[in-house]
Design a binder for this molecule. Sequence first.
Ligand code: PHE
Length: 336
Amino acid sequence: MIEEIKNLRKEIAGTEITNEETLEAFRLKFLSRKGLIQTMFARMSEVPQEERASVGKAMNEVKQQAEDKFRKGKDSLTQATATQLRATDDITLPVAPAYAGSLHPLTQTVNEMKDIFFRLGFDVAYGPEIEDDFHNFTALNFPPDHPARDMQDTFFVQKSGKENAEDLVMRTHTSPVQIRLMKETTPPIRSIIPGRVFRNEAVTAKSYFQFNQMEGLFVDEKVTMGELIETLVMFAKMMYGEHVKYRVRPSFFPFTEPSIEMDVWWGSDFDGQWLEILGAGMVDPNVFKAVDLDPEKYTGYAFGMGVDRIAMLRYGIDDIRILYENDIRFLNQFTG
Ligand code: PHE
């Protein structure tokens, strides 16, 4: 008897329920009054007294198994029919609009900038957003007491306080990647480095605690300031059109000498203002020394562009915060 029950269990497990007909056939075969399970129960009287308990248990289990299987089969069939079309469904109705995702205006701007620099012979490099003091400041010729290292501007990840131990910072600019590139490769180097940077600044329409830069580095023998300015002017014209109004002014950065800044005119001829879009200059000999390159042999230029500024000028956005709020009404203007 136990053997027969085992076979029945196998048969139940092996029977497939795929539609109304197989469901009904299953019920008739196993669960109906004349079905195999009831027939088995009817033979209980043949079982010797001492085996009744174990045979009874096994029979109850097989009944449970068949009922479970029947219920599951029935449930899945009703679910399947629920998703089928009904006669009243109107298949000619237009579908609900599907909104496609789109590239963020900052990403679109970075992509355009990359395309321009690829045409000018640059490749692209990346670096970490968490930097040590050496790459972010020291190797870039910041004196130990330079105000830019102050808590005011820098987000510290870990401030060691110990002598000779290094602080970890959220990088305040993309320039530390210059150091990484010059340490890892031998010139000629001609790379752009897009990336996110962080500064502990008050949030206003013009400044935010995170923003995006695109660094540029060109190191070779006999690189000149003329080439730097020519490259930047070419960039401005390719980005904003042939008639872009720009100016180049002297400036200061610890890691370039001489240093310049470039402004682009924003607004109409009568009503507008100069907006700074980048800092640049010739790589300072002290920077070459920090990465073990011979300043007598190599020269180079570097620039750091404000991607947010460039995007704001490009699209006529007057508040940087909009770029980071991800308001769908704003983002939807940049599809296609
Ligand atoms: N790193 C500078 C900044 O963040 C920009 C810069 C880059 C200036 C490279 C000169 C050369 O303001």
